[in-house]
Write a protein that binds this ligand. Sequence first.
Ligand SMILES: Cc1ncc(COP(=O)(O)O)c(C=O)c1O
Length: 393
Amino acid sequence: MPHVSQRLANVCESQTVALNSLMAKMRREGKDVVALGAGEPDFDTPDFIKEEAIAAIRQGFTKYTPADGILELREAVCNWLKEEYGADYQANEVIITNGAKHAVYEGILAVVDPGEEVLLPAPYWVSYPEQIKMAGGVEKILDTKKEDGYKITPQQLEKAITKKTRLLILNSPSNPSGAVYSEEELAGLVAVIKKTGIYVLSDEIYDTIIYDGKKYTSMIKFKEIRDQLLLVNGVSKSFAMTGWRIGYLAAHKDIVNAVKRYQGHSTSNPTSVSQKAALAGLLGKKDFLAVMNKAFTERRNYVHQRLTAIPGVTCMLPQGAFYAFPDFSFYYGKKGIKGSNDLCSYLLEQFNVALVPGMAFGMENNTRLSFATSMQALVKALDRIENGLKSLL
Ligand SMILES: Cc1ncc(COP(=O)(O)O)c(C=O)c1O
C-alpha cells in the first residue's frame, strides 16, 4: 500500500462524487437522467469574452504572467469594487487566483495557524470544511435555523468566539440555501467582528445573482473592518466562466503579499489567456448579467412554487444564487429512507433525477437542487421529484 500523508488522508471525497458516478453509469445504460446537481450556470460564456481570449492566443499571450495576475486585471477588479460597492482598493491589495475556490483556500492559509478555530455557518459550501482541515485549522460549525432564514445572528457569533478563533467564513448569497444577508444584518455581525478582532472571509461569488430587485450589500462596504476582511469573488458564476478558473482575493496588502508568495511557489500564476478573458468580462457589456438573472428568476419562482406544493415540503424562497434548498425530512423514516443520502439515491435510482443530499452541506434535513438548467429540464425534474416523494406516502 502506498503511503498517503495524514494531511491528505483526512480529506473527504466530495459527497456528490458517488452520486455523480452513479448518474454517469445510469446514462451509459441509456437512462434519461435529469441532473440538478451542477453548481454552474447553463449559459455559455458570452461571445465577446471568448473573442478576447482567441485574440490573446493569436497575439501570443501564452506565457507566464506575474504571480498575482496581470496589472490590467487587478486594476479592473479595483474599478469593479469601486463602481459596484464604492470601495477604494489599490492593485497591490488584489490578487488574481485560479478560481474563487483557490482564493478561499489561500485566504485561509494566509491567516489561520494550525490549531486555530474557523467559524463556519451551516449550511455551508462543501469545500470549506476540507479546506480548513488542509490548512490545519479547526472548524467550528454555527448551526442556523430555517426560521432565521439560514443566517447567523450577532449574538450567536459573539458567543462562539474564543481565544482560539481566527476567522469567520461568510457566504452571501449562500450556496446551498440562497440566503442573502441584508445590510442591517451584516452591520450586526461587523460590530462583533470589529470588537473581537477576528478575520472574516466573505465569499461573494454569487453577488450579481440577486432576486426581486434587491440591492446586494458587500462586506467591503464596511470600512471599519477593512484590515480584517478577506473578500473573495471571481468571474465563474457572473460571467458563466466556470472552466476558465479565474477568481480573486482583495485584502490588506500584507495578506495579499503572503498569498502571492504562496501562489508563486504553487501555481505560478492563473492562466494567461483566462486572465484576458476575465478582463474582457469585467470591462465589457454587463447586459449579460440582466439576461441571465431574468431567466434565473423565472426558474426560481417555478421551482419554489412546485416544491412547496408537495405535501410536507417546505422551502425558503432563494434570495440569491441559483439553488433551492427544500426540507424533505417529512419523508425520512418512510419506506426505509433514513436521511438525505438515502432519499437522493432513491430519487436517482427509481425516478432518474439527481439532487445533492443536504448532508454534504452540514444540514441533514435538506436537499439541494440547482435551477441553473433549462425550464424543460426543470419541469421534468419537478414531476419526478413530486412522483418520487408521493410514492413514499
Ligand atoms: C460558495 C462558492 N464559493 C466558491 C465557488 C468556486 O468558484 P470557482 O469556480 O471560481 O472556483 C463555488 C462554486 O461552486 C461556490 O459555490
